[in-house]
Design a protein around this ligand. Structure first.
Ligand code: PDD
Length: 283
């Protein structure tokens, strides 16, 4: 596949960066994954905006305009065929001449993009959709989870602990037994027809799929949405549990810690939400 590195399109297998790149040494960078189905991107503008605000929050000066991003991403998709692709975008602080924690001056950020296959967009047809099984773990990541940092070891360790035990994902809870998110997704419960998701704060990533989904549901108005604290007791007693991300759309969870969610089948609110989301997500 074809990648983009520091201004150049080249085969991914030929892309090289310095071992002194601070992305490599410190995880000092910001990333995004933008989904694209048959050449159509979902949420490119909010993804780029989130990256720009993440870069500003860690003092990386990188001033590509939205048009510049659009051009590079379009060219990358063109060169990689227009399948179902996750466009990975990574800007790290760049390569210094030494290893020193402080932000260096006059270092050029490293810009890297490549594409990888993601599953085709799920339909609202529950009979064709596989529900996910998750476990729960105490959230042991840092306290700035709103920054989409390339330092993902905390997320990786949580995901691995679930994966090694046969789970698709792990729901995380804080020291007050409140749901935060999953190791690579935002999390939701449905109770009595209401979709409930933890509020945006430093404990979770402000997911673009979350934003698009909540906007669509609020605009439609047939399903009530609440952003509020959710405790783990509510998760265990929910009618439905969902997780969302750019590579998963809205995935229904049918088992938590070995216990079925309600009757263990994908629920009707998921079907309705997924139908609205599939119809409107490209808008
Ligand atoms: N993960 N929370 C975390 C910790 C995430 O890593 C992600 C995305 C999300 C969902 O955000 P969005 O809807 O903007 O993709 C929530 C990406 C896809 C990844 O790391 O592969």
């Amino acid at each position: 596949s074809i990648a983009f590195l520091n201004g150049e399109f080249l085969p991914l297998s030929e892309a090289r960066i310095s071992p002194l790149d601070r992305g490599f040494l410190f995880g000092d960078g910001i990333y995004e994954v933008v989904p694209s189905y048959q050449g159509k991107l979902v949420g490119m503008v909010p993804h780029i905006e989130r990256m720009q605000s993440g870069l500003a929050s860690i003092g990386i000066k990188f001033d590509w305009s939205m048009d510049k991003w659009q051009t590079v991403i379009d060219q990358l998709l063109e060169q990689n065929g227009k399948g179902n692709l996750g466009v990975y975008i990574h800007v790290s602080r760049g390569a210094d001449t030494k290893r020193f924690h402080a932000y260096p001056d006059n270092v050029e950020p490293t810009v890297f993009l490549f594409c990888y296959d993601i599953p085709s967009s799920p339909t609202a047809d529950a009979s064709k959709t596989k529900g996910l099984k998750v476990n729960t773990q105490q959230d042991l990541r840092w306290q700035r989870c709103n920054i989409k940092s390339t330092s993902l070891l905390g997320n990786v360790m949580h995901f691995q602990q679930g994966y090694a035990n046969g789970y698709h994902e792990s729901l995380l809870f804080n020291e007050n037994n409140e749901l935060t998110e999953a190791s690579s997704c935002n999390a939701y419960i449905v109770k009595d027809g209401v979709v409930i998701t933890p509020p945006l704060d430093n404990q979770i990533l402000p997911g673009v799929t979350r934003k698009i989904l909540l906007d669509i549901l609020r605009k439609d108005g047939s399903i009530t949405v609440e952003e509020r604290v959710v405790n783990m007791h509510e998760v265990k007693n929910a009618d439905e549990v969902w997780i969302t991300s750019s590579s998963k759309d809205i995935a229904a969870v049918i088992e938590v810690d070995g216990q079925p969610v309600a009757d263990g089948k994908i629920g009707p609110v998921w079907q309705k939400a997924m139908q609205l989301f599939s119809e409107q997500k490209f808008n």
